[in-house]
Write a protein that binds this ligand. Sequence first.
Ligand SMILES: [Cu+2]
Length: 501
Amino acid sequence: MTAHLKKVVSIAIIAMGLVSGYGFAAAASAPAKPGSVRYAGDLGPPQGAPIRAVLTSPPHVPPPTHRKVPAKVIVELEVIEKDMPISEGVSYTFWTFGGTVPGSFIRVRQGDTVEFHLKNHPSSKMPHNIDLHGVTGPGGGAASSFTAPGHESQFTFKALNEGLYVYHCATAPVGMHVANGMYGLILVEPPQGLSPVDHEYYVMQGDFYTTGKYREKGLQPFDMEKAIDEKPTYVLFNGAEGALTGDKALRAKTNEKIRLFIGNGGPNLVSSFHVIGAIFDKVRFEGGSNVQTNVQTTLIPAGGAAVVEYQTRVPGSYVMVDHSIFRAFNKGALAIMKVDGPENKAIYSGKEVDSVYLGDRDAPNLASVTTASANAANGTLTVLDQINAGKSLFNGTCSVCHQANGAGLAGVFPPLAKSDYLHADPKRAIGVVVHGMSGKVTVNGKDYDSVMPPMNQLNDDEIANILTYVLNAWDNKGGQIKASDVKAERAKKVSKPTAEH
Ligand SMILES: [Cu+2]
């Protein structure tokens, strides 16, 4: 190597070192004052009067800071323990940051000095604290923020790194505090801000552990054993089944830019976040500074986050799921963005058919189910209650195969409307639902030789209500199946009813 060439090479290496060493944050920093200690993300001392942070409840996001200089930002967050619905007719004692699950959304700018006040409501039974993943310092603030009921604590940090960060309670037993809903997101905007979009929304996944089964009614206590085994009863977006469906679906119009701040509180599961029918134009994966483009499903670790952007083109219901798909359809991890606007046949020809993906969850009409279970509990359950509850459960469970009008599908799914097999022995249908059915069966003179899977996800009340509805719908002969009948059938643990008769 000639002396000249050596020099060129070493200069190139120095230049590379400069570029990679400074990175994204420092490139955007103001020039250092002589003599001051500089590090990435320190944009100088706070300027102007202190600013009180705007906190929002999910799914809302505070407006951009629109600031060009670092400020002192005061955040006041209050811990409140309270009972809230986790599903229709099911409540749970949540521990919250700001009264919601997930907790209030916090938005600051890189370089801001954040004066954090954590209050613990006097009605709380537990002490709490906060660990913000956007804090540089031991415990992310946890050690400085331990707060007994009726007390307040304060600490200050400089937001050195831009990004989207999870915060959570870190009071022992940590898992239990997180499982009870104690998490949220803090966005540290880059100095230049984020690009403008039409809608920003805040959605956070979490897994929940109740002693009762999925959708078992009443106030459900936390189940530590299920939590340790990582076997959640519910996997939810924004802390409740139906938090973002029906009237509460996220809204947008066609040809709008959407930005979702998606977090995962855990405590246990990682999320395979996917929006059915949308492709993410951009994902800031793991909430960091790198952008991945054209993404179908993004992985969000427990205690992690992502910023997802896409453009709405075609109207309809876009279903957000954890693509570990049983969680979506059997544990509640399902939210909807309803997009309104004119069709765009060049991009998508079809007519919207919500029921393909939504079943009974589009506009959850489970009020009749709640009425039935409340009346069952106080001994006033009527056949009419059962029929009403059974109807809403049938649609979305059985109707997929037997059709909403009970007519079935020729050669594939036998009819339940005026079925001679059903009417010959109505109680036999309990076994069909509980254990499933396979082999040859003749219904109204036509042969079927197919498989019906066992409907294990339904409890005794639900099966009794569905079958009572079936017996009374479509000019069928009437009748009633009681939960006790279903219980007795389950207890028999017989083998599958074979169709031979
Ligand atoms: Cu806590």
